[in-house]
Design a protein around this ligand. Structure first.
Ligand code: NAI
Ligand code: MG
Length: 489
């Protein structure tokens, strides 16, 4: 079994998990895992490629047609529930690993990432029991009914921002629907995924049902998985540009695809809203998880009469956010994921200045933090609506604020993007809330809240923010195939 993290060294080496066993790469290749809060190496990661993906897909195919198929729905539900139970039992260890890997505050991993990972399994363990199909009587001519079967071997490709949460958001329905999985976690965050192998085994998941192959994307494990001829479907969460590449690889064997991609989400604040509530939530929708959240409300639009009042309070509350050591319970914002990402996010601050923007607060490394990829929460004002900082996903603790005068105008600006993941609207006018929500081009629209999720509801993006929806029945639609059986009477 896996040696998990030790409290003293806070290190862990990550192996693949193939056919129920931990293993190195065939050629023993590895890469280093770095803690973004300290810039220290915290372990090595097996670097997989085509060979390891081949082994994992073979194991997944065998398990699909073997032991996994033999298990009853009730029994499968119990196994899936147990995965959630074990995750909760190991919450301290998993939260610590998530924090070491991502740089996010430990309290956040404990409050959000790990409990939600467990809930993904608990939710789908319950949900799967009541999933049905359709039947139609055609007068006295025929009856039609549909049978639902697993789609097969599914590749799950994941990002680094909410590693275990997003991976289990795919794995739970994938298993609930009777599929087997080959997962490719993000190269920057391999730790919690690695542990999930032994957790699944302990829960009673047969060997080969869940496989984990570490490695990179292009010309590596990610590419090998998305072009593998014996993989039936790919569920991918990550950047829109990566989605384009995966679609090309998957096209050769016409795989079923589910995509959760980038976002540049509007946070629209009308003058009649409750400003204290707005600020409290906007602080979260802007800066929680260092702003590394696909749903982050990074484009803030404020109705002009409350612009000054909003800015004053928003800046004040932002100033109060402590940036620092993710292990310190007082840190509200941790470190960005990597050097490369830190530089990418920082490059937007330079762009903002060149574009004539005014960095109202933040925009630099916090004083006293010389090591680690820390960046102050940043508010930019005074930008043109077409500037790059307003248009492009920054994926860090950086938001823009623009004023607006009219409802129609803000709707038009909110929709002036290739993305369409989520939006928040703040207003106490009931009719306006409904009227505006219906016109916003996004998959998820919150009114007077943000990030409030009911796992039965459709989750996903329109335009270049995604293809398909996840959640409840929507996840089942993706992870199953229907066959219609027509019986002539
Ligand atoms: P990324 O696209 O760089 O990587 C995601 C995964 O794809 C990684 O495992 C990577 O190794 C793999 N990959 C990269 N190139 C590949 C290729 N050619 N073939 C196969 N696999 C490949 O995304 P990143 O930087 O990890 O995550 C940040 C992005 O994810 C942001 O754009 C964010 O908005 C998006 N995201 C979307 C969410 C949603 O629900 N819509 C949720 C969380 C993040
Ligand atoms: Mg890491």
């Amino acid at each position: 079994m896996m040696a998990s993290v030790t409290a003293e060294t806070k290190t862990m080496d990550c192996l693949h998990f193939i056919n129920g066993k931990y293993c190195s790469s065939v050629d023993h290749k590895t890469f280093e895992n770095i803690n973004p809060a300290t810039e220290e190496v915290i372990g090595t990661v097996a670097e997989g490629g085509k060979k390891e993906i081949d082994l994992a897909v073979t194991a997944a195919r065998k398990a699909l047609n073997g032991p996994w198929k033999e298990i009853s729905t009730q029994e499968r539900s119990k196994i899936i529930r147990r995965i959630g139970d074990i995750i909760l039992k190991r919450i301290d260890e998993l939260a610590m690993l998530e924090t070491l890997d991502t740089g996010k505050p430990l309290w956040l991993a404990k409050q959000l990432d790990i409990p939600r990972a467990a809930y993904n399994f608990h939710f789908f363990a319950d949900y799967m029991i009541s999933v049905g199909t359709e039947a139609y009587e055609q007068d006295n001519i025929a009856i039609n009914y549909a049978v639902r079967r697993p789609v097969g071997v599914v590749g799950l490709i994941n990002p680094w921002n909410l590693p275990l949460l997003l991976l289990t958001w795919k794995l739970a329905p994938c298993l609930a629907a009777g599929n087997t999985a080959v997962m490719k976690p993000a190269e920057w965050t391999p730790m919690t995924a690695t542990l999930l192998g032994e957790i699944c085994k302990e829960a009673g998941v047969p060997d080969g049902v869940v496989n984990i192959v570490h490695g990179f994307g292009p010309d590596s494990a990610g590419a090998a998985l998305s072009e593998h001829p014996d993989v039936d479907a790919i569920s991918f969460t990550g950047e829109t540009s990566t989605g384009t590449v995966i679609m090309q690889s998957a096209a050769k064997t016409l795989k079923k695809l589910s995509y959760e991609l980038g976002g540049k989400n509007p946070n629209i604040i009308f003058a009649d809203s409750d400003l204290d509530e707005v600020i409290e939530t906007t602080i979260k929708s802007s800066f929680i998880n260092q702003g590394e959240v696909c749903l982050s409300g990074s484009r803030i639009y404020v109705e002009r009469p409350v612009l000054d009042a909003f800015m004053e309070k928003f800046v004040q509350k932002t100033k109060e956010l402590t940036v620092g050591d993710p292990l310190d319970p007082n840190s509200k914002v941790g470190a960005l994921i990597s050097k490369e990402h830190y530089e990418r996010v920082s490059s937007y601050l330079k762009i903002a200045r060149e574009e004539g923007g005014n960095i109202v607060i933040g925009g630099k490394r916090p004083a006293g933090l010389d090591k680690g990829y820390y960046l102050e929460p940043t508010i930019i004002a005074g930008l043109d609506r077409n500037s790059r900082c307003v248009k492009e996903e920054i994926f860090g603790p950086v938001v823009t604020v623009l004023p607006f005068d009219k409802e129609e105008e803000v709707i038009e600006q909110a929709n002036d993007t290739h993305y369409g993941l989520s939006a928040t609207i703040w207003t106490n006018d009931l009719r306006r809330a409904h009227r505006v929500a219906r016109q916003i081009e996004a998959g998820i629209i919150w009114v007077n809240t943000w990030f409030l999720r009911d796992l039965r509801t459709p989750f996903g993006g329109m335009k270049r923010s995604g293809i398909g929806r996840e959640g409840g029945m929507h996840s089942f639609e993706f992870y199953t195939e229907l066959s219609n059986i027509c019986i002539k009477l």
